[in-house]
Design a protein around this ligand. Sequence first.
Ligand SMILES: O=c1ccn([C@@H]2O[C@H](COP(=O)(O)O)[C@@H](O)[C@H]2O)c(=O)[nH]1
Length: 266
Amino acid sequence: MNFFDRLHDRIVSVDSIVSVGLDPDPKRIPDHLAEYDLPRWAFNRRIIDATHEHAAVYKPNAAFYEDPDGWRALEETVAYAHGKGVPVLLDAKRADIGNTTRQYAKILETVDAITVNPYMGRDSLQPFLAEEEAGVFVLCRTSNPGGADLQDLELESGEPLYERVAALADTWNANDNVGLVVGATNPDELEEVRELAPDLPFLVPGIGAQGGDAEAAVEHGLANGVGLVNSSRGIIFAGEGAGEDFAAAAGQAAARLQSRLNQYRE
Ligand SMILES: O=c1ccn([C@@H]2O[C@H](COP(=O)(O)O)[C@@H](O)[C@H]2O)c(=O)[nH]1
């Protein structure tokens, strides 16, 4: 079954478009979890237990797992999320020449969807795009302040680069498996990209810790009701300093975000 059909079913069953970002910064994991073999996994397991009823997906960012223990923690986390019925979107921002991307794309045997970087062009993404059942979210207009440095550059046609990316991504969608990453910190761009790619679901990061616009994220992020609004630190570290109660605070933060976003859904 296509990723976006599965995501649609998940969104309907939990009535949520919340993507819970699993970015377990080792410096912020509660002290009492340090005794575990894999503290990041111990942390994520408790976060998943507390938040899964509010999560449309989990979005681990690969940067928090790129060491031997990290990969083990990620593997356990993905299996546990799947056990709770929640799809996993790996935020890895991958792409490379074809034979290298073919290796990167093997991760789609483990996770359900991935973020990719369009900078090297279509052939660098082909092994991901060919995975018919996986979701492929193409970076379009990112939420960081420096996103404008390249993404806003005006092409000869007069359009900014991020608009060309959106239009190209639309043509890469032969398998109905392409989405776009557009930050909530850029509400005008969100609206413009939605006009250019009316049928592509968005992953919208940048609310919470980055201060983006949650209403615009919902208004423009969804295509036929399917799309994701992510919060990572705002959920998983909501209980920072609360000791063993940290996960309950994360659950409450996820529930609050779910209700807030649902106010804006049609
Ligand atoms: O444009 C982008 C693309 C990806 N991200 C990632 O999303 C989360 C956001 O974390 P918060 O704690 O909610 O700020 C993180 O993994 C980023 O690498 C993004 O922020 N912006």
